[in-house]
Ligand binder design. Structure first.
Ligand code: PGA
Length: 260
């Protein structure tokens, strides 16, 4: 794992955006895995700015999002389809037919999960996966005790996750109970993975992910098995790490190591 610690969230976001854009520069038709959530908002804003400045073109790129709520149609205001459209897709030059999210309004969600996983495989696999982390250590909607080899499937959301996402729904009863999510195994199969975490509320989960045992109790800890995982943090999210001095020695202020 490459652990990059920045002085503040803004620098962490700039670094994550630069790393994504560097992939586009070497492979304009790259396949990106994308995430939603509050942490990703400034990152997508930054990508939109880079696109407007002529520094990032997504014209040949494809995307697959990690997850979508079950029972929520793509045009629902709280769907992740809507989030992605409003926050990123409509502001950049991506071909909408090359953007993919699982359909939450599926009649047969087991079949939808299999279709989604097959679509990722048919695209040639994900070159660069963006991931956030939940306070409970989830990645995507892989809640604690998720199989570390799981593929896209239906997951029941924890009450903690439902509470964390309540801010997006007018009525607490409308918060979905289930989601379709790429599995931990799907995320491990990506060629490169960047997890972005900012803020002190993530500090415990980040420490468990990076320095704890590999355990389904903290699904993000499976990233220890990923051959190319980069963890991009601000100081607050890094606050509970014990080996901070070492990470900062290898990557002072998030700089590349001398071997890169
Ligand atoms: P957040 O969500 O960015 O809104 O904190 C991250 C996650 O739950 O994966």
């Amino acid at each position: 794992m490459k652990v990059l610690i920045y002085d503040d969230a803004e620098r962490a976001v700039v670094s994550a955006a630069d790393q994504l854009v560097a992939v586009l520069e070497t492979k304009p038709d790259a396949v990106f895995g994308l995430a939603t959530g509050g942490t990703m908002l400034p990152l997508y804003q930054r990508l939109v700015e880079l696109h407007r400045d002529g520094r990032a073109s997504f014209g040949k790129a494809s995307t697959f999002n990690l997850d979508e709520y079950i029972g929520i149609a793509p045009d629902h205001a709280c769907s992740y389809h809507t989030y992605m459209r409003e926050v990123l897709f409509k502001h950049i030059d991506i071909d909408p037919s090359r953007t993919h999210l699982p359909r939450g309004d599926c009649a047969d969600c087991v079949a939808e999960a299999a279709r989604y996983e097959a679509l990722i495989a048919a695209s040639g696999g994900i070159d660069f996966q963006l991931v956030g982390i939940g306070q409970n250590g989830h990645i995507g909607f892989n809640e604690p005790t998720s199989s570390l080899s799981s593929l896209t499937r239906i997951k029941t959301l924890t009450e903690d996750t439902r509470r964390a996402n309540a801010r997006y729904f007018d009525n607490p009863e409308d918060i979905p109970k289930y989601a379709l999510t790429m599995g931990v195994g799907s995320i491990l199969a990506t060629r490169r993975c960047l997890l972005l975490a900012t803020g002190v509320t993530k500090a415990r989960a980040v420490a468990a992910m990076v320095e704890g045992p590999i355990s389904a109790a903290c699904p993000a800890s499976a990233l220890q098995l990923h051959p190319k995982a980069t963890i991009v943090l601000d100081r607050d999210a890094a606050a509970e790490l014990e080996l901070t001095e070492y990470y900062q020695h290898v990557h002072p202020k998030g700089a590349e190591s001398v071997w890169n």
